[in-house]
Design a protein around this ligand. Structure first.
Ligand code: FES
Length: 311
């Protein structure tokens, strides 16, 4: 997939700590189409690669709208957006990708925590009023992006934590018809709380941190080493304990695609041709993991002595 060079056409403050960016082609060309739930992979001027959900109108092919939360304790990408990106900045963009598609259902319930509202905004806009509801929790009203746009829509409940506490998930999920499609996007704690309460179809997207208790790329120590054959490249490498599979692959394939290195963005997904992968990601579903045909090489390893990848 080619990388587009898009210009930041405008920067606005969407809420406390949240900047809204509008990206456009410098020559005014139409942008690739997308559907609600899609995200872009954005290369910042420093070279850092980050993923941001599209939160504008899919019918508008002239701009992409993003919302970026400033996370001072993060890895630096959001700081860079907030401090160094302005009108006229050129960004590298790949995508759109959609790992969080909107499925048809009789009813939809959307649950957003903080900046997790971004992929849900185009979803609710695309559905007929009365067929969905949205529970949106944030630190305070002032910190809740798009609250004014949302307030104009029926079925939206805003829950600012400083005055109203946490969203009442028991009330929202209790008694829902089992056929309701429940979508949740936000921090890990919110996702877990919803997962514990909702036995029906659940669609989630995690923002930022890897799931608690999951190995990140830095936590590979203690695993056994194994060999990995890169079939298309005709190379076999040793992945020593304490190194990630991605690190080993990058030595011979420096252009291999990756981004979060924590198993949640899906960029490094790679086909497995032989061997049994040991998954540590939060991208693949249980069935996909059990099938063993694909894996995230940033956190995944091998159950056996040898793994063969389609690289
Ligand atoms: Fe993000 Fe591997 S780089 S899942």
């Amino acid at each position: 997939m080619t990388t587009l060079r898009l210009t930041v056409r405008s920067v606005v403050r969407e809420a406390e700590g949240v900047l809204g960016l509008l990206l456009a082609d410098p020559a005014g060309a139409a942008l690739p189409p997308w559907e609600p739930g899609a995200h872009l992979e954005v290369t910042l001027p420093s070279g850092a690669v980050r993923h941001y959900s599209l939160c504008g109108d899919p019918a508008d092919r002239s701009t992409y709208r993003l919302g970026v939360l400033r996370e001072p304790a993060g890895r630096g990408g959001s700081e860079e957006v907030h401090t160094s990106v302005g009108e006229g900045t050129v960004l590298g963009v790949r995508g759109p990708f959609n790992r969080f598609p909107l499925v048809p259902a009789e009813r939809h319930l959307f649950i957003a925590g903080g900046i997790g509202i971004t992929p849900l905004l185009p979803m609710v806009r695309s559905l007929p009023p009365g067929s969905w509801s949205l529970l949106y929790g944030g630190r305070s009203l002032a910190a809740m992006a798009y609250r004014d746009e949302l307030a104009a829509l029926p079925g939206v409940t805003l829950v600012p934590q400083d005055t109203a506490g946490l969203p009442d998930l028991d009330a929202a999920l209790g008694g829902l018809p089992a056929s309701t499609a429940v979508y949740c996007c936000g921090p890990e704690g919110l996702l877990r709380a919803v997962e514990e309460r909702w036995p029906g179809p659940l669609h989630t997207e995690r923002f930022g941190a890897p799931p608690a208790g999951q190995e990140s790329s830095g936590g590979a120590e203690g695993f056994d080493g194994f060999d990995v054959e890169l079939r298309r490249s005709g190379r076999t490498l040793r992945v020593e304990p304490g190194r990630t599979l991605l690190d080993a692959v990058r030595e011979v394939l420096p252009g291999v695609a990756y981004s979060c290195e924590e198993g949640w963005c899906g960029t490094c997904e790679t086909k497995v041709l032989a061997g049994t992968p040991e998954h540590h990601d939060s991208v693949l579903g249980e069935e996909e993991k059990a099938s063993g045909t694909t894996m995230m090489i940033c956190v995944g390893r091998s159950r056996g002595a040898r793994l063969t990848l389609d690289l």
